[in-house]
Design a protein around this ligand. Structure first.
Ligand code: SF4
Length: 715
């Protein structure tokens, strides 16, 4: 299917959404950064620079397995296809679900989405990216009419006010953080504000840290919006020419602040300081810097997105940029950073259950029609499918009889992971494609399909700044492992869709995807969509193999890609104007109680990636932090009789975990932090997903992983 290179392979790091370029020599001895990659300029963080240490066969799933027995591809694929056929016949297409991952390559994602939404006839194709950035997607769409990231990494060097909100790039996006450090050193005008309940490593470059009350972000940014409006700091000309809804949004923020249900009296700085639980003088400083700095970049991530009001929080930030016209210009804009290497690619191909391919929508009949014709689809889905949490709830109810989990480990990462486990054990068929044999999720699979891993797979990924890069294969797949696109295509062919899934190489899939993205009527000046890579639609295998990193769109108008959107003030709404969103700030849905007095926050650590399937293989990376832990404030440690390095039980109604106590003033009183990475393989009682509640943002479906009431005691 793919030939291997004879020389150093230029590829892309499989970890975070920064998407750094990697070079792997032929002898696989040591990776290095790829200097020619514009997103990373030859740099790699400690995870990326350890990639060559993670290529072993240890733990790999080498053969298909059916009901625990080694099998062959023919039997395993037939088993899967037969079950899909039977379930669709007996219960309809909505009894089938696919659950994918931001680790899938764009070509894998495209084929899975096509099979589910065009041929099986359901939109029940969702992804672990739902847990990562779906609130950002919903908010961009509400404000711009499209899920468009308007900025790029170069804005880090161009900005004079960098606001890091609910993110810890020093650990989670290290190469971007390195750029921030250098920018801070080189630019005497650059101020950095970190807004985060925790004092993280990213605070090392902060001129101001606002350790706000967990979940109070929208109060802060609603307060900023009214401050800007009341003090003459808005760009009224920009507002008049390019936006709708400004007065309503400001009024809503004011009403919200003065309503009986809100903790404000009159929306003063003192009120905002009180609800956010930070000194008034610091709020005043932040508002003053924002109002005075034209080049303002808001850089936000899961601390904003993973919330029961995540979409509103994102829109509260975007509102402030629209009010000041700070969007589309160098160094200015709202920048939602993605967590996974191909979360953005998933957004492009329709990997979310409320999207069609190429960022088309169920709500537009012309989009559904276009897709039906393009795919010659016999059974196109016509309405949104189930989002991740709802999807697993449907498995629990027995409404979904067949689920195919691809390249992800939801029994670690999903909320209420133990309840999910019980649900999957009851499901008629659970299929898992993975490169590892023993994970929490493969343990409950009826059929296991061995997937090719990084270095063996060949395709494309898109990073947080919309840059498409090649992930190239440089070693043969181990055992009988196959690329995900091949596995999915083979099942589709066994379902009778031979012509539509007759792919021999990923470049054919990429071409189909790029061709679909072309604007049908050629209306380039006012496209109905932002995503157009028609300039990449007719690559032959050699050109595809040589494809250089490029930011979409790539078309006649932008043959070399495009750094920023919206400089012209034209958006993708029907009237081309951006939309302010009037919103009521909300504190998190789940409240502490006397029985559950602490708030558990979750997130990444510096040297591990997701469920440690790859990073857990290197001793070097394990040395940083070798076991799951809880960061706790000294006062809380005293209150709960905990000493440094004790083992502690953290519990709530969902279950319990056991972790090592780390007492630190980086935590605020009443808040604890637990890393997201540990699985049963590495720590039998360290899975944080067991505790997280299945509370989601009603607009995005993203769960509230950052705010779980818990109790703690010595083990
Ligand atoms: Fe770059 Fe992220 Fe990989 Fe580190 S983990 S090398 S920052 S892509």
């Amino acid at each position: 299917m793919n030939s291997l290179p004879n020389e150093t392979c230029k590829t892309t790091c499989p970890y975070c959404g920064v998407g750094c370029g990697v070079q792997m020599p032929k002898d696989l001895s040591k990776v290095s950064g790829l200097k020619s990659h514009p997103s990373s300029l030859g740099k790699l963080c400690v995870k990326g620079s350890s990639l060559h240490e993670t290529l072993s066969i240890q733990g790999r799933l080498l053969n298909p397995k059916v009901h625990g027995q080694d099998s062959d591809w023919e039997h395993a694929l037939t088993t899967v296809a037969n079950k899909i056929q039977q379930v669709v016949k007996d219960h309809g297409p909505n009894a089938i679900a696919f659950y994918g991952s931001g680790q899938l390559l764009t070509e894998d994602y495209y084929v899975a989405n096509k099979l589910m939404k065009g041929f099986i006839g359901s939109a029940n194709m969702d992804t672990n990216s739902r847990l990562c950035m779906s609130s950002a997607v919903s908010a961009y769409k509400r404000a711009f009419g499209s899920d468009t990231v308007p900025v790029c990494y170069d804005d880090i060097e161009a900005t004079n006010l960098l606001i890091i909100i609910g993110a810890n790039p020093a650990w989670a996006h290290p190469i971007l953080y390195q750029r921030m450090v250098v920018a801070k050193k080189d630019n005497p005008h650059l101020r950095v504000v970190v807004i985060d309940p925790r004092k993280t490593a990213s605070c090392d470059i902060a001129d101001l840290h606002l350790p706000i009350r967990s979940g109070s972000d929208a109060y802060l940014f609603n307060g900023l919006l009214t401050y800007l409006a009341d003090n003459g700091h808005c760009d009224q000309d920009y507002i008049d020419r390019h936006t709708d809804g400004f007065e309503h949004a400001v009024q809503q923020a004011r009403d919200d602040c003065s309503s009986n249900s809100a903790p404000f009296d009159n929306n003063s700085l003192a009120d905002i300081a009180r609800v956010c639980d930070v000194p008034e003088v610091d709020i005043a400083q932040f508002f003053d810097w924002f109002s005075q700095t034209e080049k303002t970049l808001s850089f936000y991530s899961q601390g904003i997105n993973q919330s029961s009001s995540g979409t509103d929080k994102c829109n509260a930030i975007i509102n402030c940029h629209l009010a000041t016209g700070r969007i589309g210009k160098p160094g200015a804009g709202p920048f939602s950073i993605t967590g996974q290497p191909n979360a953005m690619g998933g957004r492009e191909v329709g990997g979310l259950s409320n999207q069609l391919a190429c960022r088309m929508h169920f709500e537009k009949s012309e989009d559904v029609d276009r897709l039906t014709r393009y795919w010659n689809a016999p059974n196109i889905a016509t309405e949104n499918g189930l989002k991740a949490v709802d999807m697993f709830d449907a498995v629990e109810r027995g409404d979904i009889k067949f689920i195919w989990i691809m390249s992800t480990n939801p029994l670690v990462s999903m909320p209420e992971a133990d309840r999910l486990k019980a649900a999957l054990l009851k499901c008629e068929m659970v299929v898992v494609s993975d490169c590892l044999e023993k994970t929490d999720t493969t343990a409950v699979a009826d059929v296991l399909l061995p997937a090719a891993s990084w270095g063996e797979k060949n395709g494309t990924v898109t990073n947080s700044e919309r840059r498409i890069s090649r992930q190239r294969n440089f070693m043969p797949a181990m055992g009988n492992a196959k690329p995900d696109w091949w596995i999915i295509s083979q099942v589709a062919r066994k379902l009778g869709h031979t012509d539509a899934f007759n792919y021999q190489h990923p470049y054919q899939i990429f071409n189909e995807h790029a061709g679909l993205s072309a604007f049908e009527n050629g209306c380039e000046n006012f496209p109905a969509r932002d995503f157009d890579i028609s300039g990449l639609a007719n690559l032959d295998e050699r050109t595809y193999n040589d494809l250089q990193p490029i930011q979409w769109p790539v078309n006649k108008k932008y043959p070399h890609g495009r750094q920023r959107f919206f400089a012209d003030g034209k958006f993708f709404t029907d009237n081309q104007r951006a939309q302010f969103i009037g919103l009521s700030a909300q504190l998190p849905a789940a409240k502490t109680t006397p029985e559950l007095p602490l708030i558990m926050n979750t997130g990444r650590i510096r040297d591990q990636w997701h469920t440690m399937t790859r990073t857990g293989k290197t001793d070097r990376l394990l040395q940083h932090i070798p076991e799951p832990f809880v960061d706790i404030h000294p006062d809380d440690a005293t209150q709960y009789a905990l000493q440094q390095d004790d083992l502690a039980v953290i519990n709530n109604d969902n279950g319990k975990i056991i972790v090592r106590v780390k007492i630190t003033k980086s935590q605020t009183h009443g808040n604890i932090f637990v890393p997201m990475h540990w699985t049963s393989e590495f720590a039998s009682k360290g899975r944080m997903g067991v505790l997280v509640n299945s509370i989601t943002c009603p607009l995005s479906g993203q769960p509230e992983n950052k705010h779980t009431p818990v109790a703690i005691k010595k083990y």
